[in-house]
Design a protein. Sequence first.
Length: 426
Amino acid sequence: MTRSEELFKKAVTLMPGGVNSPVRAFGSVGSTPRFIEQADGVYMTDVDGNKYLDFIGSWGPMILGHNHPAIKEAVIKACEKGLSFGAATEKEVEMAELMTDVIPSLEMVRMVNSGTEAVMSAIRAARGYTRRDKIVKFTGCYHGHSDALLVKAGSGVMTAGIPDSAGVPAGCTQDTLSAIYNDLASVEALFAEYPKEIAAVIVEPVAANMGVVPPKKGFLEGLRKFCSEHGSVLIFDEVITGFRLGLQGAQGYFGIDADLVTYGKIIGAGMPVGAYGGKREIMEMVSPVGAVYQAGTLSGNPVAMAAGIAQLTILKNNPQIYEELNQKSDTFFETMKENVRKSGHAWQVNHVGSIGSLFFTEQQVVDYASAKTSDTAEYARYFKYMLDNGIHLAPAQFEAMFVSAAHTEENLAYALQKAENFLMCK
Ligand code: PMP
């Protein structure tokens, strides 16, 4: 038995499924997790000494690669001064200034501790601001695990095939309306049915929790238009796309400003951080200025802020990072597409910037229904083949593959070669 297997055997007796977040259990790929001991650059090493070329990047935060020296140094320095004060700090001001400086639509920001919290709080602010209750979300998009949003959610919930979660009272989701991703008519129909009742439309500007599904041309523009016309708040959930597609995230990439935006992952560089922000008049609804209550003992934690500031500063001061990352990712995913074609299959590769997915379906994947046509058993075989060849992909079909700035041409060529070998045997 390997050390990972030993640990997993013990872990399942101590934690539900042996993990602290479901997708880590490897359930949907019929395997058991490798317990990671350390990570550097593009490699993760498990407790048995196996080394993996990593394409998860902690689900996004590691855009510069693991254990970046400048971030590590910033964290160590911050730790020397104390781990938490529960009081205002200069670092919080620095972080807020950094974010609002680079993102034009962000007039004010509030730090929280996770993407889930960011979304939950942004929705409360939108509801408080509009004095309306209903929200529109898109089937297959995931916005964290707060009650109101576990409605036909993507990510682990979708993989497990359970569109709703037990333990969520019907009352918590009765104001959550579901629309179809990339289908403006489905949104228009909801606005027609509930005029003046919709507080917000929340969307992943690039869906990344049903696998990667890019927005069709005009989709985000259409949402912007509907929200402006109906006095609803447009919320971009940029927990994945924020500071990944570029310094201005999806807003900059697609040239559309949302009213509120949620962040996580990259802005903490691996520390537990989230944030929401946007228009001043909406953010001024939030306590202690306004009547929308939201708080957090560890929010704006100085160590987390130090990590985030270090990462965002590197990204801000080196704009070529995004140029190079997006370019090499484009080449990577387009070559994968070509390899699929050469293998004689019509499987789909979707990608935007440095996130992408290979779907084992011949249907174009544009929404939840088409994503669900992917053969997940084939994905499991693909995942296993890649893992056996030292490549760590997302252990579920309905997740993204993350390329980082640290991946070299050689790393990417190696992964492409292995993927091609798999495809050619099929
Ligand atoms: N929104 C999106 C788009 C996400 O992808 C995620 C998590 N992957 C969340 C929200 C929730 O973030 P967290 O896991 O940090 O709570």
